[in-house]
Write a protein that binds this ligand. Structure first.
Ligand code: PEP
Ligand code: MG
Length: 324
C-alpha cells in the first residue's frame, strides 16, 4: 500500500468530478519536514509556532525566531507555509511564562487574547516572520479569534511590521492573511469578517470542543459527539457557501481532515484545502481521487435529514461508510 501511495505522489489531489483539493501537512518542527519533498504535499497548512516556544527554557529572540522560520521556508521549496501566530495557554503551556491559575483554561487567557494583551510579543513574532519571508510570500494565520475586532487589531500590528521590514529592504513580496475558525461566535460575524481576510482554516479540535461544550482533553466526553453530526456538517456547509460568496479560500486543519471518512464529507460540503498529519497524505489523496464529491453531497443531504432527526452523527457515519 505504501508503494501505491508513493505512486500517487506526483498525481494531483482531484476528485472524480474535477474538484482540485489543496493537500498540505501540519507541522511544528523541522523534524516534521523530513520526507516533505517525497510526500507530494502542496505546502504546510498549519505551522504550530508555539511548540518551539514550549520546548525551550527562555523566550526566543526575534533573530532566533527568524532563523527558525527561514529554515522552514527553505525546506519547503517555495510551497506555501501558513504560520500560525502563538497559540499559548490552555493545553499549551510555556514554562517561562507566568500564567494565572484559571478554573476554565480552555475558555481562558490564551492565544489571541494573550497576544493582544501582550502586543510586543506578537509584534516580535510577526517581525521575525516578515524578515524570514523576505522576497517571498508570507502566509499568516491567527488562532482562536472570537471577534472581528481582534483580527483588526492583530492585522494592524502585522501591517506595521511588514511595512517596517519592507522599509529596511527585507520584507515579504506578498502577505496572505487568514483566521482559524475555532470559536463558534465567529460564525455569526462572517459578513464582517470575510471581506477582511484571504482564507479561513477550521480548527475542528477546538471548534468541536466549543460547539458541543465538551473538553477535548477529557476522555469521558471528548468522543461523545461524532464529528459527522448534522450540527458540525451544517456549520461547514454554511461556512463554505459564505466563503465562496466572498472569494475566501476555506480549509480545515483540525484532526478531522486527517480521517478519510470525515475528509470525504468536508470535500463534499465545499472545503478545498485539507491540512493533515504528514503520514495521512497518501490515504487522503487516494480517497479524494476516488470521490465523486457532488454525488456524496447529494447523499449527505438526504442522509443528514433523516439521521439528524434520529441519532445524529453515528447514524450518519454508518450510512457514509455504507455509501463509500
Ligand atoms: C484545532 O483546534 O483544530 C487546531 C488545529 O489547533 P490545535 O489543535 O493546535 O489547538
Ligand atoms: Mg486550536
Amino acid at each position: 500500500q505504501r508503494q501505491a501511495y508513493q505512486a500517487l505522489r506526483v498525481q494531483p489531489a482531484i476528485t472524480l468530478d474535477g474538484i482540485k483539493i489543496r493537500l498540505s501537512i501540519n507541522a511544528a518542527f523541522l523534524a516534521d519536514l523530513v520526507g516533505f519533498e517525497e510526500s507530494g504535499a502542496d505546502g504546510i497548512g498549519l505551522f504550530r509556532t508555539e511548540l518551539a516556544f514550549m520546548t525551550r527554557s527562555t523566550l526566543p529572540t526575534v533573530a532566533d525566531q527568524a532563523a527558525h522560520y527561514r529554515d522552514v521556508l527553505d525546506r519547503t521549496q517555495g510551497k506555501p507555509v501558513i504560520f500560525r501566530t502563538l497559540d499559548i495557554g490552555s493545553d499549551k503551556q510555556v514554562s517561562y511564562w507566568r500564567m494565572p491559575a484559571e478554573d476554565n483554561p480552555a475558555l481562558g487567557w490564551r492565544a489571541m487574547r494573550m497576544m493582544l494583551d501582550r502586543p510586543a510579543i506578537l509584534a516580535a513574532q510577526l517581525r521575525a516572520m516578515a524578515r524570514a519571508a523576505a522576497e517571498r510570500e508570507l502566509y499568516i494565520m491567527f488562532p482562536m479569534v472570537a471577534d472581528v475586532d481582534e483580527l483588526i487589531a492583530a492585522r494592524r500590528i502585522l501591517d506595521r511590521e511588514v511595512n517596517q521590514a519592507r522599509l529596511a529592504g527585507q520584507g515579504p513580496r506578498q502577505v496572505t492573511v487568514g483566521v482559524m475558525l475555532e470559536v463558534p461566535a465567529l460564525m455569526f460575524q462572517l459578513d464582517d469578517l470575510l471581506p477582511l481576510i484571504d482564507f479561513v482554516s477550521v480548527g475542528t479540535n477546538d471548534l468541536a470542543q466549543f460547539l458541543f461544550a465538551c473538553d477535548r482533553g477529557n476522555p469521558a466526553v471528548a468522543e461523545r459527539y461524532d464529528l459527522l453530526s448534522p450540527a458540525l456538517l451544517n456549520l461547514i456547509e454554511h461556512l463554505a457557501q459564505r466563503c465562496q460568496a466572498y472569494g475566501v479560500s476555506l480549509g480545515v486543519c483540525g484532526e478531522m481532515a486527517s480521517r478519510p471518512i470525515e475528509a470525504m464529507a468536508l470535500v463534499a460540503l465545499g472545503v478545498h484545502h485539507l491540512s493533515v498529519v504528514a503520514s495521512e497524505i497518501g490515504p487522503i489523496k487516494a480517497m479524494i481521487r476516488s470521490l465523486d464529491a457532488s454525488r456524496l453531497r447529494e447523499f449527505l443531504h438526504t442522509a443528514r435529514n433523516w439521521a439528524g432527526r434520529r441519532t445524529g452523527g453515528s447514524h450518519l457515519r454508518a450510512s457514509m461508510i455504507d455509501w463509500a
